[in-house]
Design a protein. Structure first.
Length: 618
């Protein structure tokens, strides 16, 4: 896609907003703006009272994107690029937000941070998640270490799994089958399969949920080689949740999950019988006690990761363990001041030559003030205590001001926040580790405006500026070290959500990102996502999605030179039809125009692929 087309997209983006603003509202009854966000404060606050940039993937959006993976859904949100989400199943995903790297994005599941301490980057693998088990996703963009601690530097992806039904027995079953092919080999063989089953319910004060899912695919080689040998991917996941409501004020939930995946992979440009097997086991507990205008919360989880890799460099077996404990108290003063005071404990463990570990103990406090005259203020601080490098302080200051309009509001917002990224166990204790490392430091400044008209229109534009200091890299001897060179990333993110009628929705977002200080590989300078959805009736729904990924660089490891990658555009189609009250059919057509493109040099991307499936609710 050339610059002219990009300018056309920007013109459409602006024109849509102007048209929507000028549309007549006379026949529309004024409604209360009651959309709430949680992640930026841990309270359910109206979006207009939030001064942060929060993107929501609601239960309704998940219902109307069945058969798609979590990475596909997140990748169409503004300012985020997930490398590998358009390639063969089993590709390594790097979540890049606002010009940052994957280690600067924190992933949370049901209130608890998740990360594999034995992996090289200590990131969480999104392939471990099953979409049918997810209730909603909130994405906070910007520095959020005050509330969430280490790694929450460019974004926090807060994932909530489905709660048990109020019925005694409820079930949901989903199955998808489709092709798995490249743009130059359109054979239309069925080579991708996914299934899930979820049974849950409530018996008086007791609730339960049992879920199972699996995915399998083959038919595509991981590497772009003449041999074109097929590499398979398989995943199995089982989750059990049990809960008991002791009283109206006190509840307790326990859960367990095991996820296994087995993926074959190649080195770039080279076929190889490489294989990775990962086994993740998680157990956890969550509890809350409500009193007056406050509540006390405890979240704890223990995770075990075992990874067995066979590659051209030999076989390696790694094991990591992770213990997370969150204790915090929420209290509301005079229905205007929302406070959170808590402490987080984190212990990471991995086996190198010896068993190594690091611990973190962080007290923190955050307060949100919602005034009667439009001013909102979110501020807080966290005192990080680390077993290796000692202490570190982070904080945030986030004011916003709301101007009411006849049918909605105009909100001005700003933010100054710091965050930190703890050195992982590999960087500290491996054969090229350095126990004297300091944490990476990030500073983010944001400013922007949001305009909303009832539930019909929301338009926002955000400017951000990030600075990275003390980042961890390697010295001339390949030993981990803090690097003195700084990174600066600036950008603009614009989003429009418009509902021209009760049956149609238009979503458009554009992100401009510029990173200076290194080669900024795999981070597009321009990215556009646009979707149009239309409900023909209560039973039939169709959506068309357009994605543009602009100029970016990647490293060719045959020559160790950075290469400019061509922009590309993808068009995706989704349709569903409700045959009866509890049975739905759906179809996905991804890369409908069969565009050939490069996402990572030397690795395969998908061409046109068709999948279809059903969803049965009982």
């Amino acid at each position: 896609m050339k610059k002219g087309n990009l300018l056309l997209c920007a013109a459409i983006l602006a024109g849509t907003g102007l048209f929507a603003q000028n549309s007549q509202q006379d026949s529309i009854q004024i409604q209360q703006l009651d959309e709430v966000v949680v992640s930026d404060s841990r309270f359910e606050l109206k979006r207009e009272n939030s001064g942060k940039t929060v993107v929501k993937i609601t239960a309704e959006e998940l219902e109307r994107n069945q058969g798609r993976t979590i990475t596909e859904l997140i990748n169409i949100k503004s300012g985020i690029e997930i490398t590998g989400s358009r390639g063969r199943d089993g590709s390594v995903f790097g979540v890049f937000a606002r010009g940052g790297r994957g280690k600067q994005v924190l992933i949370i599941i049901d209130g608890v941070r998740v990360a594999d301490p034995s992996s090289f980057s200590a990131e969480y693998d999104l392939r471990l998640l099953s979409t049918p088990e997810i209730e909603s996703i909130e994405i906070i963009k910007g520095a959020a270490s005050t509330l969430y601690g280490t790694n929450a530097a460019t974004a926090v992806i807060n994932i909530t799994t489905k709660k048990s039904s109020k019925e005694q027995v409820s079930g949901n079953f989903q199955s998808t089958v489709g092709t798995n092919q490249t743009s130059d080999d359109q054979n239309y063989n069925l080579a991708s399969f996914a299934n899930s089953a979820l049974v849950n319910g409530s018996l008086n004060k007791f609730s339960y949920s049992v879920g199972f899912s699996n995915r399998y695919s083959d038919g595509i080689s991981a590497a772009t080689t003449p041999e074109n040998e097929e590499d398979s991917f398989s995943q199995f996941s089982t989750t059990i949740k049990l809960g008991y409501q002791f009283s109206e004020k006190f509840e307790l939930n326990v859960y367990g999950n095991q996820t296994k995946y087995d993926t074959e992979f190649d080195a770039s440009f080279t076929e190889a019988p490489n294989q990775t097997k990962l086994d993740q086991e998680r157990i956890g507990v969550s509890s809350s006690f409500t009193y007056g205008k406050g509540s006390l919360h405890v979240n704890a989880a223990y995770s075990d990761y075992e990874t067995d890799s066979k590659s051209t460099f030999g076989e390696s077996l790694s094991e990591g363990k992770n213990l997370v404990l969150n204790l915090y108290n929420k209290y509301v003063y005079a229905d205007k001041i929302y406070t959170v005071v808590g402490v987080d404990y984190l212990k990471d463990e991995a086996i190198f030559t010896d068993t190594e570990e690091q611990t973190i103990l962080d007290p923190y406090a955050n307060v949100v003030f919602v005034s009667d005259f439009g001013l909102n203020l979110n501020a807080g601080a966290r005192f990080n205590n680390h077993s290796e490098y000692g202490n570190h302080l982070v904080y945030n200051f986030n004011p916003s001001y709301v101007f009411p309009t006849t049918n909605g509001y105009v909100k001005l917002l700003g933010s100054y926040a710091t965050s930190y990224i703890t050195p992982n166990l590999t960087q500290l204790f491996s054969s090229f580790g350095n126990e004297d490392l300091e944490p990476e430091e990030n500073r983010t400044i944001e400013g922007g405006v949001e305009y909303a008209v009832n539930d019909k229109l929301r338009l926002s534009t955000i400017y951000f500026n990030r600075n990275e200091r003390n980042r961890i890299g390697a010295d001339e001897n390949f030993i981990s070290a803090n690097i003195s060179d700084e990174i600066d990333a600036t950008g603009i993110e614009t989003e429009i959500t418009w509902k021209p009628s009760s049956t149609s929705t238009v979503d458009i977002n554009y992100a401009f990102t510029e990173r200076k200080g290194d080669n900024a590989i795999r981070i597009p300078k321009h990215k556009v996502n646009a979707s149009f959805a239309y409900a023909f009736s209560d039973k039939t729904y169709v959506s068309l999605t357009y994605q543009y990924t602009g100029d970016r660089f990647d490293t060719d490891f045959r020559t160790f030179e950075d290469v400019a990658l061509e922009p590309f555009s993808l068009v995706n189609l989704y349709a569903e039809h409700q045959l009866c009250d509890n049975f739905k059919l759906f179809i996905n057509a991804n890369n409908l125009l069969n565009e050939e493109f490069v996402e990572v040099i030397g690795f395969t991307t998908k061409g046109r692929n068709i999948s279809a499936g059903f969803n049965l609710s009982l």
